[in-house]
Design a binder for this molecule. Structure first.
Ligand SMILES: [Zn+2]
Length: 353
């Protein structure tokens, strides 16, 4: 026991978020067991792994705070960890919970130096760029996810079910309050069971990606074959100002996921979902880049074909497709980066199992 006082404190109040935020840059690893023999391993600040005595074939990763000011998911994950540590939830499956960017959480900022959720799948190694705290953290988080998925004590030949749900809140309001990004599967079919789980989480708007990305969820999906999603749960609010009643369904579904064999879901019916795919990304090319709609426009807003959306010096971007909708507009990004994503309605078109 390298940290008797930290350990005692954690066993007493189960407040791993507090422990993380008071040691935002690093935490010496330490282990202990819960009364039901679940092994708890603290691997680093914001990184806590649980292994129940009886093992199943399910490995679950929940992450939050990849953007430091997205507080609702941080509160949701902190509560779950606390309930496991204090015995209010009995885990059924192995669970890794990650608080992505503790220094940014402390600063109530999306990021300290750069966007952590653009640095995965090795993007953190780009030697042409100055190292940043986020690059270091992305590399470590990749390592912890790999360590978790590869370190189960079960060694039979049954394939393991891996999942990773990376929880976020958006900067702006959304026509559909909650939505998920389903990473590009390289032509493999989308999974009905995952749509069903998302619906149980109150998420029925899903953006089906058609290209690789440098997000945490694409990394888990592509590198580790996990069912992985970026899940946007609503609009960013400061700590304590989130209306937690808006998250009842997702909290219930996550608790069921970690503590039961199955989650209560209804059979997948595409018509109960709003499915979108990316039509184009609009990148900021000059400092003259300007959005031509109000600052508070909601994600998934659409305008008639021909409407001017943005200008960039001489360049003009107008709505090209019926139903084309905008998401994640942000004129303040660095030159060369994505300022807005345009999406269009789509279907799973039978490519679902
Ligand atoms: Zn985010």
């Amino acid at each position: 026991m390298s940290h008797p006082t930290l350990l005692e404190q954690l066993q007493q109040d189960g407040d791993f978020l507090k422990l993380t935020l008071s040691n935002p840059n690093a935490l010496e690893p330490f282990n202990f067991s819960l009364p039901d023999d679940t092994i708890v391993c603290i691997w680093d600040t914001g990184v806590i792994c649980f292994e129940p005595k009886q093992l199943t074939h399910q490995d679950i990763v929940l992450s939050c705070g990849v953007h430091g000011n997205e507080t609702a998911p941080i509160e949701i994950c902190a509560d779950i960890v606390q309930q496991v540590l204090t015995g209010q939830i009995t885990l059924k499956h192995r669970l890794l919970v990650l608080f992505g960017n503790p220094p940014a959480i402390n600063a109530s900022k999306r990021e300290i130096e750069e966007n952590l959720n653009r640095l995965f799948s090795g993007q953190h190694n780009d030697t042409a760029v100055t190292p940043s705290a986020e690059r270091e953290r992305a590399k470590k988080l990749e390592g912890y996810v790999g360590q978790f998925y590869s370190s189960s004590r079960v060694t039979d030949l049954v394939p393991r079910n891996r999942c990773l749900y990376d929880l976020h809140t958006a900067i702006r309001g959304s026509r559909f309050e909650k939505f998920a990004v389903y990473p590009f599967l390289h032509e493999k079919p989308w999974r009905k069971a995952q749509f069903e789980f998302l619906q149980a989480c109150d998420v029925t708007t899903v953006l089906l990606m058609q290209t690789p990305a440098t997000t945490f969820s694409y990394f888990a999906s592509n590198t580790h074959g996990a069912d992985a999603f970026t899940i946007e749960l609503g609009k960013v609010k400061p700590f304590g100002q989130n209306d937690m009643t808006r998250f009842t369904k997702v909290c219930t579904a996550l608790r069921q996921l970690i503590s039961h064999d199955t989650v209560q879901t209804v059979a997948f019916d595409e018509h109960q979902f709003q499915l979108y795919q990316v039509y184009r990304a609009i990148n900021k090319q000059t400092e003259a880049f300007k959005l031509h709609f109000a600052d508070d426009v909601e994600n998934f807003t659409s305008y008639p074909v021909g409407t001017l959306l943005a200008s960039d010096g001489e360049l003009e971007y107008r709505v090209e497709q019926p139903g084309e909708a905008l998401i994640f507009p942000n004129a303040k990004v660095a030159k060369g980066q994505r300022a807005m994503l345009m999406v269009v309605p789509t279907t799973v078109a039978g490519n679902v199992v």
